[in-house]
Design a protein. Structure first.
Length: 223
């Protein structure tokens, strides 16, 4: 066996000699084995290739004191996520409620605006027609010259035009559409063979195809 200059046994040389002769015992590869590190607490956990014994378990236990296991970390993350959700959800609900209120207010304004525009027109057509809907030559809204011309008029979402001929771009109007129906009606006791004297005007504003606001007026002709 090789000895050091001080006369002591060279343990590394002895280990190598023993490994070549009898195979590598666990303690013979101890110094060369790479280290393993705890990814949570950053402490050195154990050496790869080292036999697991009582001493190793005690050492590992001591080195993990104060750290977290993976299960603990996952549980903490879940609790944190639930806590954050509980804090954020009420604010999200509040924002959604405010958006819904703004949308209903906008829908109401758009319905009232259209109703006022219709009621500002003459009851009867200047040409004597009493057919609901636009007559020949009344293809645009500007061409409408009496109330019933608005029958069947509609504007799709993103295409609502104000009475001042401006496209409504307010975010509260997103998803809103508008439609009008106008019909002549007779009340009980009226001569149905005579010219109608009542108009039923309905303006609807829809949100994504569902009714949001509907205004109805029964208009009497004073002529
Ligand atoms: Ca007309
Ligand atoms: Ca007409």
């Amino acid at each position: 066996m090789e000895r050091s200059p001080h006369g002591r046994t060279n343990k590394r040389a002895a280990a190598q000699e023993a490994a070549e002769r009898y195979g590598s015992p666990a303690w013979a590869t101890k110094q060369a084995a790479p280290l393993r590190w705890c990814f949570l607490c950053g402490s050195r956990a154990e050496r790869l290739g080292r036999g697991v014994g009582v001493e190793d378990e005690m050492t590992r236990t001591r080195r993990h004191v104060g750290g977290f296991t993976l299960a603990e970390a996952v549980l903490a993350a879940a609790v944190l996520a639930m806590t954050v959700s509980a804090i954020i959800l009420p604010f999200s609900a509040s924002v959604m409620n405010q958006q819904a209120e703004a949308r209903i207010t906008m829908a109401t304004c758009l319905a009232e605006e259209m109703m006022e525009e219709i009621l500002s027109k003459p009851f009867r057509d200047p040409d004597g027609s009493s057919s609901p809907g636009p007559e020949s030559g009344e293809s645009a809204r500007d061409d409408f010259d009496n109330m019933d011309d608005y029958h069947g008029y509609s504007e799709s979402a993103g295409g609502i035009i104000s009475s001042q001929q401006a496209v409504i771009t307010d975010p509260a109007a997103t998803g809103l559409s508008r439609s009008v129906s106008v019909d002549y009606v007779y009340v009980s006791g009226q001569d149905t063979s005579a010219d109608p004297t009542f108009l039923r005007v309905e303006v609807k504003v829809l949100y994504r195809g569902q009714d949001a606001v509907a205004l109805t007026r029964l208009v009497y002709c004073l002529d």
